[in-house]
Design a protein around this ligand. Sequence first.
Ligand code: DI6
Ligand code: FE
Length: 398
Amino acid sequence: MRFDTVWTNATLATMAEGGPWVIAGGMVGAVAGKIAYAGPAADVSFEADKTVDCAGRVVTPGLIDAHTHLVYGGNRAAEFERRIAGVSYEEIARAGGGIVSTVAATRAASEDELIAQSLPRLDALIAEGVTTIEIKSGYGLSLEHELKALRAIRALGKARDVRVVPTFLGAHTVPAELKGHPGAYIDLVCDEMIPAVAGSRLAVNVDAFCEGIGFTPAETERVFAAARAYGLKIKIHAEQLSDLNGAALAAHYGALSADHLEHLNADGAAAMAKAGTTAVLLPGAFYFTRETRLPPVQMLRDAGVRIALATDCNPGTSPLTSLLLAVNMGATLFRLTVQECLAGVTREAAFALGLQNEIGTLEAGKACDLAIWEVGDPAELVYRIGFNPLHTRVRGGR
Ligand code: DI6
Ligand code: FE
């Protein structure tokens, strides 16, 4: 075989379904930015323009953060101080703080300021081997400011060598100017924002916060119907604080993923399995809000639902810019296995974004997005806390 670049002497965690967990003495060969071969080195003879000796290091697919709200203005450190003194997230939200205060700061920021404030967060994730990131809007909540945030999201993908998957989350909360009129705001989301977002191709997915402090299932369904009409894919924030059967609703609309899910019931899990909707679990939000109700991991496994892990990077409930810490929390807090945790930020995260044919495993035909780690055993990536063993990040074969 002939490769542009080959990485030899690697310990591969290919994350391929049904494949071996670890291949010692492995190699990855790339042609034109894609993986042409990943597997035991002994099986192939090759020529390559460039050969990189991995010296036994672990090589995984580039990491995928499948749920973030990375683009926002300001921060909520002051609110955090009130919360640790005992005021609840829901109390703060109902009193006009919470998401709404980030909306004010996001509206006040120019597009360039939003980009500048968001880049350090993106860089922190990239420094840990993230090669694909989903980023949601949802702190603009008007046509003008949602489009501004989506343009900032697109600009981040140009400013750095990373694949950015943009999601429109207009239905995050009702903006202050329409307080008490959720129906009128949903009209705006469905009749003005979704057509504009789809027309400008600024987002590929539509998400909604289906919750007591967010939108009802009926309102959420209107958003999904509009998304479907405009050819946008669907995601949902569901069952985070209460069980409104949001995951089942989203599954009914063929959603890529349902996210959070602490309060998911068995019917919801069955509906997700049937629709192929991936569960995205967010241990950073669980931890930061001091939630005690665990997501029903065993129920998801039994139902055959794919489980992804993500940071949920957002200023209110998960100011987390370490996907490796989310991975560690997936194991320590949610009792996912080491293999489930690593699959959750690679293969299963790709499914959560509908990109399973392009990224997420080390298999021929996928993008050559790699993370090369200064560890000898992939379990070390899950085990450590607050340590970044990334050696090299490869995106598109470079
Ligand atoms: N669920 C969350 O955890 C975040 N958004 C959402 O829909 C919180 C957003 C915030 O508090 O700013
Ligand atoms: Fe979220």
